[in-house]
Design a binder for this molecule. Sequence first.
Ligand code: ADP
Length: 561
Amino acid sequence: MDDKQLRILLVEDSEDDALLLLRELERGGYAVEFERVQTRPAMKKALASREWDIVISDYRMPRFSAPLALETLKESGLDLPFIIVSGKIAEDMLVDAMRAGANDYFIKGNLSRLIPAIERELREAAERRIRRRAERAIRQGKMEWEAAFDAVSDLVLLTDLYSTVIRCNNRVIEAFNATYSDILGRNITELFYGSSDAGESVFVQCTDLRLDDGDVRFPRLTGWYKASCFPMHPTEHEHGFVYVIEDVTKRKKMEEEKELATLELLRSRQALKENLEEMKRANMELGRLNAAKNTFIGMASHELKTPLTSIIGGLQFLLHYSGLQMTPEQKEMMESVYEGVTQLRGIVDDLLSISRIETKGFAVHKRMVNLLNLCREVRHTLLLPLSERDIEVSIAEDTCSIPADEGFCRLVTRNLLENAIKFTADGGRITISGEIVSLDDLLPRADSLRCFYRDFPATIAGHPAFYRLDIADTGIGIPPEERVRIFEKFYGVGDIAYHSSGKTGFMSKGSGLGLSIVKGIMDAHGGMVWVEPGESGAGSVFSLLFPMDNTCVIPRREGER
Ligand code: ADP
């Protein structure tokens, strides 16, 4: 059989006595580890230095004693059996030592009971240790449970069978702004409702599991709560309930806000619907008025055109063919009348064009047109003002024809050429050129084109190629912020008072309809029009983009086979 391990702290001055004791223990089947001390500091040090199973102490030593050794052991806080093994001592001393906590006493030379006593003491010490550990665990558990009980955000109350509050957590104390003792012993209904009248109390509905599922209010608390009830069975006879009362005010508020928001949303949806209908009605009315305006403008212009043509014919006859003798003043006046009426006819022509373009169902009639040849024809009609103003118009050669409405193309190129002349100072230069381009050629300038056509390139997608006509002048240019707006109806850049009258004079005043007519016609062709500054940053380049289809005869470019 293996020896039992025993670690003894021996408080003994006599080495011989110590040896005797150790021998006794070894005889009893113990493998002993020991340290012998004879003073208080040495004992203190030994207790602190390692673990011991038992302390065996002589009663009287030159520099120490059993009572002092017992005191030292107690001070250390260790729970070790303390056995006195001594020579003869007075009985009262012994009684004192036993009272002070010594576990047993033996006379040196009579140690027959020592082994069973040590075994008993060791067993009891072990039991004490286990008990202490269990008590510590219980205390710790209780503390943790209480901390958790107080930490929950819900109000937790324990009642006995008769609804008397027997415990509650801190949240209850805070909610009622009271003390623990104010709450303890109160009837739970009375606590929450202010009276013990059970009438509307949720606590009297307590069943085995939960209270009514709905949210409740308590007269003595603000906000909304949800109460749950759980039966408690501490003993068979004496049971009570645990009430967990959750503060649901925030959730309730959110629900109310959500409900309000939904209501508000429904209301604004309704309002939006009504506004939309109103807008639809207004839009229809606007469409109707616009159509009426177009009809009116069309009719009025048409009616004006005939007398104007007669007046112009009459004036031309009087001025150039009648041989009428006029003083220089009379002639000047007549010429000025002629100029005014011609201008008026221009405006009437513009109004007629715009009313046509804006009329529903407006369509262009395409046939193959050589745009550069058309520009040469238009230039021909403007030779007089061009030479008066000393403006050179150079037009590139190109044999390419594209599908377009010839009459409208003439109007477009005429408007652009007249504008180029009007806004170019005497001695300037206008260059007209054309080329076939693909969508890929246009993409690098997509950002600037999107200013004119928000949906570019979707606006013109689906065509194999395009014909681009550029009319570039060395004129006054257009400020960047005006470039898009000039295509609006009646829009003119800068103060209109600075414009002079006339169709081709420098800075002549026009109707402000020319470019909107150009845009309307290009839209009808499924094309585009835009303006950019000239190459050197001066002047303007107006570009027209006509879609080409597969029927177009596309001449080969130089170098292409
Ligand atoms: P208008 O009859 O006044 O010429 P448009 O619609 O043809 O009306 O042109 C609108 C405005 O755009 C003009 O008043 C002018 O300020 C500006 N504009 C048009 N073409 C040019 C150009 N080539 N150079 C400078 N400004 C121009």
